[in-house]
Unconditional design. Structure first.
Length: 199
């Protein structure tokens, strides 16, 4: 608690704004509200700097990707699927996820090795793993694939540890908050999937 109190006392306005918009993003994403992507763009643009400052270089690069995906997500959700009013929630086959997990593992090992050998990166392997997994999970959110919530459960749990260890306690608490919302998001999207199947 002392560390948390100190963090609030030394609160950096960019981190506070980034956290507020990150929370807004997830709450709106759960409701499948397109404005989640605007909030994501604002939050991620701030986290590019915050992550680099904490020597979490893969997280910083990941936030550049998140920013681009905010634009992609906006247009994907706006356009819908095949001209539909709203992009439907879908489920993808396990084989596609198996290939994705193998790819994530390989890229993370390579990136972690490079960061470990050629930079002062903090947690190079874990940072790489969460970054590549989050790239995939973000793509799944943009395509409204239900399984994205399971990926985020693991990514966010690891992120709590990473950010806390780098003295970004407020951001670590954001990921704790995310963990609490994941079941709500999973349930909400599952209901949407069932409604779609019923119609």
């Amino acid at each position: 608690m002392d560390a948390l109190s100190a963090q609030f006392a030394e609160l950096r306005p960019p981190e506070l704004v980034a956290v507020i918009f990150a929370i807004a993003y997830l709450l709106l994403a759960i409701r499948q509200n397109i404005w989640c992507w605007l909030c994501a763009g604002i939050s991620t643009s701030l986290y590019v700097y915050l992550s680099a400052d904490a020597r979490l270089y893969m997280a910083s690069a990941l936030n550049v990707f998140y920013f681009a995906m905010a634009g992609y997500g906006w247009f994907a959700w706006r356009a819908g699927a095949g001209g539909a009013v709203e992009l439907p929630v879908t489920v993808w086959p396990w084989r596609r996820h198996a290939v994705a997990l193998a790819t994530i593992g390989g890229l993370s090992a390579l990136s972690g090795t490079l960061l470990h050998g050629f930079s002062d990166a903090a947690w190079p392997y874990v940072d790489s793993l969460t970054a590549f997994a989050a790239i995939w999970a973000t793509f799944l959110v943009a395509r409204k694939v239900l399984e994205n919530w399971w990926y985020w459960l693991l990514i966010d749990a690891a992120s709590v540890f990473i950010y806390w260890s780098r003295d970004l306690e407020l951001t670590a608490l954001l990921y704790v908050f995310y963990l609490g919302l994941i079941p709500i998001g999973l349930l909400s999207w599952t209901r949407s999937l069932r409604r779609q199947a019923a119609t």
